[in-house]
Design a protein around this ligand. Sequence first.
Ligand code: BJW
Length: 246
Amino acid sequence: MSYQFPPQIIEALQQAKHIMALTGAGTSAESGVPTFRDAQTGLWAQYDPQELATPDAWARNPQLVWEWYTWRRNLVAEARPNAGHYALAKMAQHANQFTLVTQNIDNLHQEAGSSNVIELHGNLRRIKGANSGCVYPNWEAFTGSPPQEPVSGEYMRPDVVWFGEILPEVQLLSAIEASQACDVYLLIGTSSLVHPAASLVVNALRNQATVIEINPNPTPITEYATYAIPHPSGEILPALVTAVWG
Ligand code: BJW
């Protein structure tokens, strides 16, 4: 990709003591994973994701919600990390300090080699007891739609964070700390509509960090970002890593 990065972006990244990146669904779009607010296909076209990712939807119809997540798990199983995921893993090796925070539940950052990924909204691979919250690392160990916990008989649900639910405390606190400490904040492939993830950038802006948004479409943050790069992250991130670190 022949994007001409402003020299200030290169300099800010080269000199940064601490880079934080917050990623959203757009980061995995070039891996073939639909973004959260994209139109859905086939059977699922009639459902609004925002109305399926809620405790109310689960209470009303756990089978429907479980099947939606099964459909998404199958999509993600076919997906491979794209050049943007790999570039972020590479960035971590060059940066003095690097914190990768994701809203995604697809595990693609880890598959690209990123470690210590802070997952704010859970992970599609894990499931947990709907009442006990007891977490199991691998959904494949269970059958049923939704599966039931073998001893207690309670329903098992995906270990993800739905609207109205509290984010995992340790992960959220780590993300808040990084957003307060970083001098460069990369905002990648997120519509910045969902809080508290969308509010983290306020900490960075308050501290005069350089905020660089990478998203083909404008978001509520675009006008506040120091730089907005309106292109796909799978193209921009590898070019950026090369431009900054060679
Ligand atoms: C590309 C690209 C390419 C395309 N390259 N880019 C403050 C104000 C108002 C409301 C609230 C608030 N605080 C809390 C709330 C309530 C609520 C909320 O935010 N509501 C808003 C919708 C208004 N938040 C919550 O309920 C959170 N809980 C909470 O705060 O608890 C305390 C509390 C509760 C109640 C009231 C007050 C406090 C929990 C939020 C959990 C979100 N969960 C989900 C589902 C996870 C599981 C699953 O995936 O099924 O997380 S919702 C969904 O949105 C998912 C995503 O992680 C999240 C963000 O979406 P994301 O990643 O930004 O995706 P998209 O699709 O929106 O955008 C994709 C972007 O990519 C687009 O911009 C494209 O342009 C771009 N793109 N191709 C780069 N190639």
